[in-house]
Structures are given as C-alpha cells and as structure tokens.
Design a protein around this ligand. Structure first.
Ligand SMILES: Cc1cc2nc3c(=O)[nH]c(=O)nc-3n(C[C@H](O)[C@H](O)[C@H](O)COP(=O)(O)O)c2cc1C
Length: 202
C-alpha cells in the first residue's frame, strides 16, 4: 500500500459523525499500513471550485488547441486526478445531505472523472482507468437507509458506487453511521460504525 487518499466533506468539525468514524478508520489504516503515505483532502476549506467554461475546455475538449489554450485551468484537476491515480485506497467520508452527496464532493468528482485519465471510451464501451484500487465509503445520515422504507431514498451509496465503478474502482466497502437524527439510534450510530471498521477487509 503506497498511498491512501482520504476525502472529507463534513463542515461540522468535531461533532461530525463521518469525521469521527474516519478518524478511527485512519487509526486502523495507519496500524495496518505503516509504510503508506496518507493524503488528506478536506473539501470544506474553500479551495474546490465548480467546473467553469475554461476548465471544461481544458479537461474535456476534443480540440487539442482548445486544451492547450486553457492548460492553466486544468492545473487543479490534473493534480487531484494524479493524486487519485497514485493512491491504492480511496476513503470518501461524507454526510448525506438532502438524500445525496454535498455539492463539494460532487465538485471533486467532476474534477477527477476525466476522459483519457480516469476513464476512456473503447469500441466495446466505457473503460475505467483507475485500476487496482479499493475504496471505503464512510456515510453519516440522520435517518436509516440500509433497510426499511427509506432505503430507496439513498442517493449517496448507490451513486458513489456507480461513479467509482465507472472509473474502474469495483472493490468498494461501506461503513455507515446512520440514525444520527433518531433519538433512540443516535447514541449508538458512531460506536456501531466504529465497530464495523474492524470488519473491513483491507
Ligand atoms: C443540509 C443538511 C441536509 C441533510 N439532509 C439529510 C437527509 O436528506 N437525510 C438524512 O437522513 N439526514 C440528513 N441530514 C442529517 C445528516 O446526514 C446527519 O446530521 C449526519 O450526521 C451529517 O454528517 P456529519 O455528522 O459527518 O456532518 C442533513 C443535514 C444537513 C445539515
């Protein structure tokens, strides 16, 4: 394990469930992989932009002169994409917001899901290029989505699994801190998720 990339999205600092669980996960990972380089990306610090016209031209235009003319605008996307490709394990720690992922995480995804870098088109269809990687999703939610009538409202885990598969990451495990807004469940949500960390196959 050369590099582990950890993406954090909750702005709630010390009271964040996804961050608390990820901290425990980091401790296990550091114990299992003492030689690995850990790269932490906190998306809440105001440095991640949405795609604009120049960046889009730089990262997805089919016209080489357009790509060249906008090269500078691709710098952050280049850096984040290379960081992802250089990692053997990706950890995404995210809250559920309005049944989906926070837009900051979507902005990161829009910068790293790149034709020619993390996926490509072939005669037989799309091919993911982010090969030989694993991912762990840490998802915190107010309600319960792994079972029961709200299951189909979960647009976090199915979406993240789908987009990771699209770029070639098929080995995905999930740890969930769920029921954070349900009085009877909230107290045990983080401890249960922390227990689940021990069961992850690394
Ligand atoms: C803006 C916002 C939207 C939310 N939307 C949902 C939701 O759709 N479903 C849900 O179960 N919980 C929702 N919650 C509750 C959070 O998922 C819950 O508080 C979770 O613990 C947040 O993760 P964090 O503790 O890592 O910040 C929402 C919270 C906020 C602040």
């Amino acid at each position: 394990m050369k590099q582990i990339l950890i993406i954090e999205v909750s702005p709630r600092g010390p009271v964040s469930a996804s961050r608390a669980v990820t901290q425990k996960l980091s401790t296990r990972l550091r114990g299992e992989f003492p030689e690995a380089k850990f790269v932490y990306r906190d998306l809440t610090k105001g440095w991640i932009p949405h795609l604009d016209d120049n960046t889009l031209k730089a990262i997805s235009s089919k016209r080489p002169e357009e790509v060249q003319a906008n090269k500078e605008s691709a710098r952050l996307s280049d850096q984040l994409t290379e960081e992802l490709l250089a990692s053997d394990l990706l950890v995404i720690a995210t809250p559920m917001w309005n049944f989906g992922i926070p837009s900051l995480l979507k902005a990161w995804i829009d910068l790293v899901v790149r034709p020619g870098k993390t996926f490509t088109y072939t005669e037989t269809g799309v091919l993911g290029l982010a090969k030989d990687k694993k991912a762990i999703l840490v998802v915190a939610s107010g309600g319960v989505f792994t079972e029961g009538s709200w299951k189909s409202w979960d647009f976090v885990e199915p979406y993240l699994r789908q987009i990771l598969r699209f770029i070639g990451i098929e080995n995905v495990q999930t740890v969930r801190a769920e029921g954070m807004n349900i009085p009877l469940l909230a107290e045990n949500a983080v401890p249960n998720a922390e227990k689940a960390i021990a069961k992850l196959e690394l």
